[in-house]
Design a protein. Structure first.
Length: 451
């Protein structure tokens, strides 16, 4: 008996140590079993306490009276599926008549406390069926992406959601996106994960980095075109607009709208074209959009209007031509001038890391969801990488990208450098790769010493 007690104490101590140091290991060894039992045992009581039960139907009451039996109890939603996962539990419920998916969503916080889980989210799968995702620990504290993800062409796994699911950047579904974040908020890490994911695909990467290229130029071997100042950016965007027109001419020529062609084969964008005719899709990454919109002189104002006009055109018309925008910035507001609000309206995907003011959060989510605005401005400064992601449908969730160093991203881009397409329209902007060391630039005002 003493040996059994000692073994039990050692197992309990090991479980507590795992829960503190390695919550993911604790969940897979002890937590998932305890949580499943807790949900099954407490289910009926918790649903009744949370107001997620319905009174018995009239025919059940009549049957109870006719057979002289006690009145039946209220019934909770029926469990269709209870499946453990690497981060929590997946509970699929069949709602009773009179219940709504909003009732489950409104009670998610009470369910979290009642089942002793870290987080609970819900979504409606179809009429009468709700999926409840429960996480057993803080999956965003130490992000561990699953070894296998559902990666597809133009679809990249860039982050982990707070419910344990993978957050994908799908350019076919959401062509253009806006990413905001203050300094040291984790925006650059999110961008590195995006570039590293796209590097292995057949896509042309075009970068605009007006911080003299310090963010994107280390990844130059995988970029078909790069601009490090507003003047070059204006010319590069004009070249992209010209390419867009040429692609549309190609689609028109190969549209196949004769009477003997089935409707399903009529081409309306590059993805409807045959593989041997399909142009290479292009992803344009703008590292700091405010640098393109600011001006101090009349000449700079003309350049600014030219740049914003080109960006708006690409956002409005670029999807069918296979040109996708990824606009990043620390600040994004209407004070950046005319055309900014019009540009934002075309950016369906929205991601906001920690921002310094509520106005930027409102520009990201004000037209989507007030709750997302509140969640974005509450991101603590010490939690770098935490972001709120949403789209124009109104849905949003917290995400965090795995920490990727610049060296890791450079290694990935160098490994896939052979995939960099040569686009004739962008040839003048192809980054020059040289191994010669660059002469150091003195940072002090003192003149360099001479021999």
């Amino acid at each position: 008996m003493t040996g059994f007690t000692v073994a039990l104490v050692l197992v309990a101590a090991a479980a507590d140590l795992l829960r503190w140091r390695r919550p993911a290991w604790y969940w897979m060894t002890f937590g998932v079993t305890l949580a499943s039992l807790r949900v099954l045992v407490r289910y009926a009581t918790v649903m009744d306490a949370c107001g997620l039960t319905v009174p018995p139907s009239r025919w059940r009451l009549m049957l109870a009276r006719a057979t002289n039996r006690p009145a039946p109890e209220s019934r909770p939603p029926r469990i269709l599926l209870l499946r453990p996962s690497r981060t929590g539990l997946l509970l699929r419920l069949k709602l009773r008549p009179g219940q709504d998916a909003f009732d489950v969503a409104a009670a998610s916080d009470r369910l979290r406390h009642s089942f002793s889980m870290y987080g609970v989210t819900s979504r409606e799968l179809r009429s009468g069926v709700v999926e409840v995702r429960m996480t057993g620990y803080d999956v965003l504290k130490r992000v561990q992406m699953p070894t296998q993800t559902d990666a597809r062409p133009m679809r990249v796994a860039v982050a982990l959601r707070e419910d344990g699911a993978v957050h994908y950047r799908d350019y076919r579904a959401i062509p253009h996106a806006l990413t905001l974040g203050a300094t040291e908020s984790g925006k650059s890490v999110y961008q590195r994960n995006l570039v590293a994911g796209l590097a292995a695909q057949d896509v042309a990467l075009v970068g605009i980095d007006c911080k003299q290229g310090v963010e994107l130029f280390p990844l130059a071997r995988r970029f078909s075109a790069l601009a490090d100042n507003p003047d070059t950016a204006a010319e590069l965007l004009d070249a992209l607009v010209a390419r867009m027109g040429e692609v549309y001419q190609l689609i028109r020529a190969e549209q196949r709208i004769t009477a003997d062609v089935p409707d399903a084969e009529i081409a309306a964008d590059i993805w409807d074209l045959p593989d041997h005719l399909r142009p290479t899709p292009v992803v344009v990454l703008v590292d700091e959009v405010a640098e393109l919109a600011l001006f101090a002189t009349k000449e700079e104002e003309k350049r600014r209007d030219r740049i914003i006009t080109a960006l708006v055109r690409l956002a409005q018309l670029g999807r069918a031509a296979g040109i996708y925008l990824e606009i990043c910035g620390q600040r994004f507001g209407s004070e950046l001038g005319k055309g900014i609000t019009m540009l934002r309206a075309q950016l369906t995907g929205r991601t906001a890391h920690r921002v310094n003011d509520e106005t930027s959060a409102n520009m990201a989510f004000g037209d989507i969801s007030p709750d997302a605005v509140l969640a974005a401005i509450q991101i603590p400064a010490e939690m770098r990488g935490i972001a709120v992601a949403g789209d124009s449908t109104g849905g949003w969730h917290r995400i965090r990208a795995p920490h990727t160093t610049l060296r890791q991203a450079v290694n990935v881009c160098n490994r896939h450098a052979d995939r960099t397409p040569d686009l004739p329209e962008l040839a003048p902007f192809r980054p020059a790769l040289t191994s010669a060391p660059v002469a150091p630039v003195p940072l002090s005002k003192a003149a360099p010493a001479t021999a």
